[in-house]
Write a protein that binds this ligand. Sequence first.
Ligand SMILES: [Zn+2]
Length: 352
Amino acid sequence: MQENFKFYGTELQGQQELTPRWKRCTLATDGALGEAVGQDWVKKYFSPEKKENMDKLVTALEAALHQDIEQLPWMSDDTKKKALEKLALIRNKIGYPEHWRDYSTLVVKRDDLLGNMARATVFEDRRNLDKLGKPVDETEWVMTPPTVNAYYMQGFNDINFPAGILQPPFYDFSKDPAVNFGGIGVVIGHEMTHGFDDQGSKYDGHGNVVEWQTPADRKAFTERTDCEVKEYGSFETVPGVKLNGQLTLGENTADNGGLRLAYLALMNTLGKEAAPPEIDGYTPSQRFFLAFGQVWCENVREQSARNSALVDPHSPGRWRTNGAVQNFDEFGKAFNCKKGAPMYPENSCRVW
Ligand SMILES: [Zn+2]
């Protein structure tokens, strides 16, 4: 345990102390019995009302992506039709699975941690082997309900939001729409955009690897993604270490698309639903960008940042925020920046 921590924790991540035992135990239990403990967690923290409100946000983001595709200047009408077909087929999975995993054959003993972990591993292997020769279960989740994360799966063409991320600071229905669109709204837009990034765009709406863009559209798409590769490849994470624009391309495309789509969805919503014109002196647009920036507040050690730059397909929080806003003129306008300022540049990149 100590040697493992010395290498993976301290050497690679700069971690000074081993994570407290209760956190490691909670994580292990979530990994082994996620959909059992997740049921109680959801009862406590994710009400049907919250789920209903989240459905509305997802619908607003779908409408925004529909609008965005229709208005794209670089895509032909034929390809737009295909993109809209794919969008209509995206399956939305919110909070927790439709049916829960059955753990009744897994033996758990109070005084046998090692045995519990071994039996849980065998249980999971069997569960996966049992899928052989059977139809794919498209209702399956690969994250547990309390997880603070979200994902898109190309082969399933689904977006998944565990109840864990449907909490503050991402999502809080006591707050005004600007804050929720800037938080979870951007995450929803991010996952949807994954269906249309450099990887996702190789799959059709049924999850099959099919080229649905015309050669000319694919070329125009790649010119736009190349712009992001260059842009993000110029960002420095720690002195002397730049991001890998190719490695982070899909995530950066999703970040940029997500921000743009959530903003569009907010503007559409403000047309129908009233939001306070100002709160603490901030307009709805400003509150949207503040909420977005707050999601990515983080503090990392240098070793961790160096390691992430080599292996993590996500850009660090600072560039997830600054990269996306400098590509989106509405940010500069919201804060009355002068055209040409660092966050409101003359030239920027845009894919979706
Ligand atoms: Zn992503």
